[in-house]
Ligand binder design. Structure first.
Ligand code: GDP
Ligand code: MG
Length: 173
């Protein structure tokens, strides 16, 4: 184990099918695969430079069960994670409300970032950019709209921005 690396643990949370796995795979491999296992919770390790500092990302791909409003083992995940990437899909109003409710249920000041996925599907948009902006202001966090299907850099930026938030909050405490 390379102990010199700064470790940052990120849990990716959101309703089923918003593209959590697709975003993670994009960040890890720069590729878009399209279909992912929906059943298993996966944990990945990934080294990347953030502001010329080598970071060891540990990423938890969570999978809530369809139809359940509850986040999966929230307390455990929040305890484990240094940062939470909260993902909804612009094509899915339910997934936006899910994040709103999930954040309220967290009762934690773990750094978060809000990510709206599937912006390639503008014709099916149900959640406006402005609504995302307003929710992010409410959470006091960064917000971006991305497409796991079409973007590489913007997806990486979302993970890296959250990493910066984590590092900043560590420096403060
Ligand atoms: P998860 O359940 O949140 O992990 O979602 P997945 O990553 O399994 O993605 C759910 C479905 O949405 C899959 O069919 C993906 O191919 C699709 N998907 C994921 N991201 C995007 C995206 O950015 N654009 C489009 N059009 N489809 C996406
Ligand atoms: Mg998944």
């Amino acid at each position: 184990k390379k102990s010199s690396l700064t470790e940052v643990k990120i849990a990716v949370l959101g309703a089923p099918s918003v593209g959590k796995s697709a975003l993670i795979v994009r960040f890890l491999t720069k590729r878009y695969i399209g279909e992912y296992d929906h059943q298993t919770e996966n944990r990945y390790k990934h080294e990347a430079m953030v502001d010329s500092e080598p970071i060891l990302f540990e990423i938890l791909d969570t999978c809530p069960k369809a139809g359940e409003d509850e986040l999966p083992n929230t307390a455990e995940i929040v305890q484990w994670a240094d940062g939470l990437l909260l993902v909804y899909s612009i094509t899915d109003r339910y997934s936006f409300n899910y994040i709103r409710k999930a954040k309220a249920d967290l009762h934690s000041d773990t750094p978060v970032a809000l990510v709206a996925n599937k912006v390639d599907m503008v014709h099916l948009r149900q959640v406006s950019t402005e609504e995302g902006d307003i929710l992010a202001k409410d959470f006091d966090c960064k917000f971006c709209e991305v497409s796991a299907a079409e973007h590489v850099g913007q997806v990486a930026d979302a993970f890296q921005d959250l990493c910066r938030e984590v590092l900043a909050s560590r420096r403060k405490s």
